[in-house]
Design a binder for this molecule. Structure first.
Ligand code: 3PG
Ligand code: MG
Length: 401
């Protein structure tokens, strides 16, 4: 059983709160604050109880030492605005500044520590190093509330080892995310469709094999589509391609047909002259990507309109849908149509429609959809996918009795 906040009081205690405040930044500005907003209920809950709250998080993937590009300073500012109370930003994670901030922390006060990954121990592959860092973190507080759902699939010091050192509990965000994931796994209403896109090709190709026995349809768009098209013997110009994954793709296509799972891949592609918002473009059949005026230099940046319609219909006619990863380069208006069509269809699902993950959540908000239009917007892409695959998530496992 997951240890949760139910029945716990942290009045007068110093609580380390592990959040996932890994938000997208552009020129030092937060472009989507969804993960900060999603963290507020637990922060407020602890503040209202009279706990001193020491928030920690990672941001981006710095290499284990301080890198100002990945500072949480802009997050501290936004958090202060959203929370409506002062947030003290400690400029290190476990160093003298963090210690000073922690010792000055009063009941109901909030401190944000600097990026956990500025310390090599946080994401180290070496368990001993992680434990050493976790010990340093543990000195700052009396208990751990783990609420960084987006990072529970990582065996990292603040997610795993720290939870073994202090009395530790899942926060409200994790509890809420798990409720939805349980609905997706225990007896989902059918048809059940999973839509996969995005550019992290090799990550997600692995996922497909595990999802096949659980779903009725898999819809594939985004960057990974070109590896699938290549596996079917097509040329893909300069589009994103992971040649070493072709055999994996062939494997899951065969498995899908054995299991009777429908795999929808695009029949047309928006092919561009280059990777730029103002690139010229043409729609081509998916098996003739090199037939445009850009020839073998063409690069696929979105699914075509016919595919978008077909995918949208598959989504809207399902009873359960989980969507992870944009269909194209939605950041460029000319190549956002496929992603928009899926988002729109997801809002029409008569059942449970879930947007899974940081990038997909940022995409739907950037495209102008309201959070409330969807059944649920998850804060964790990798984490939800691994949960749906049936994997053990270290950051949850460690919170179980
Ligand atoms: C994410 O955005 O995927 C989570 O915050 C985890 O980050 P990571 O993939 O860098 O571990
Ligand atoms: Mg990630």
């Amino acid at each position: 059983m997951l240890r949760t906040l139910k029945g716990q009081s942290f009045a007068g205690k110093k609580v380390i709160l592990r959040c996932d405040l890994n938000v997208p930044l552009k020129d030092g500005q937060i472009t989507d604050d969804g993960r900060i907003r999603a963290s507020l209920p637990t922060i407020k809950h602890l503040v209202d109880q009279g706990a001193g709250v020491l928030i920690c998080s990672h941001l981006g993937r710095p290499e284990g030492s301080p890198d100002s590009k990945y500072s949480l300073a802009p997050v501290a500012e936004r958090l202060e605005e959203l929370l409506g109370q002062p947030v003290v930003f400690a400029q290190d994670t476990v160093g003298p500044k963090a210690k000073a901030a922690a010792s000055l922390l009063s009941a109901g006060g909030v401190v944000l520590l600097e990026n956990l990954r500025f310390n090599a121990g946080e994401a180290s592959k070496d368990e001993v190093e992680r434990k050493l860092f976790a010990n340093q973190l543990a000195e700052l507080g009396d208990a751990l509330v783990s609420d960084g759902f987006g990072v529970v699939h990582r065996k990292q010091a603040s997610v795993f080892e720290l939870a073994e050192l202090l009395p530790s509990y899942a926060g409200l965000l994790i509890s809420n995310e798990l409720e939805v994931l349980e609905r997706l796994t225990l007896n989902p209403e059918r048809p059940y469709t999973v839509v996969l896109g995005g550019s992290k090709v090799s990550d997600k190709l692995g996922v497909i094999g595990h999802l096949l026995p659980k779903v009725n349809r898999i819809v594939i768009g985004g960057g990974m589509v070109f590896t699938v098209l290549a596996a079917l013997g097509n040329k893909v110009g300069k589009s994103l391609l992971e040649a070493d994954q072709i055999e994996t793709v062939k494997g899951f296509l065969a498995q899908a047909s054995e299991l009777g799972v429908e795999v929808l891949i695009p029949s047309d592609i928006v092919v561009a002259s280059g990777f730029a918002p103002d690139a010229e473009f043409e729609v081509a059949p998916a098996d003739q990507i090199e037939s445009t005026r850009f020839g073998a230099d063409g690069i696929g940046l979105d699914i075509g309109p016919e595919s978008a319609n077909r995918f949208a219909h598959a989504v809207a006619s399902s009873k359960t849908v989980f969507w992870n990863g944009p269909m194209g380069v939605f950041e460029f208006a000319n190549f956002a149509h496929g992603t928009k069509a899926i988002a729109q269809a997801l809002t029409e699902v008569q059942g449970l429609g879930v947007v899974g993950g940081g990038d997909s959540a940022a995409a739907v908000r950037a495209l102008g959809f309201e959070d409330s239009a969807f059944g649920h917007i998850s804060t964790g892409g990798g984490a939800s996918l691994e949960y749906l695959e049936g994997k053990v998530l270290p950051g949850l496992e460690v919170l179980n009795d």
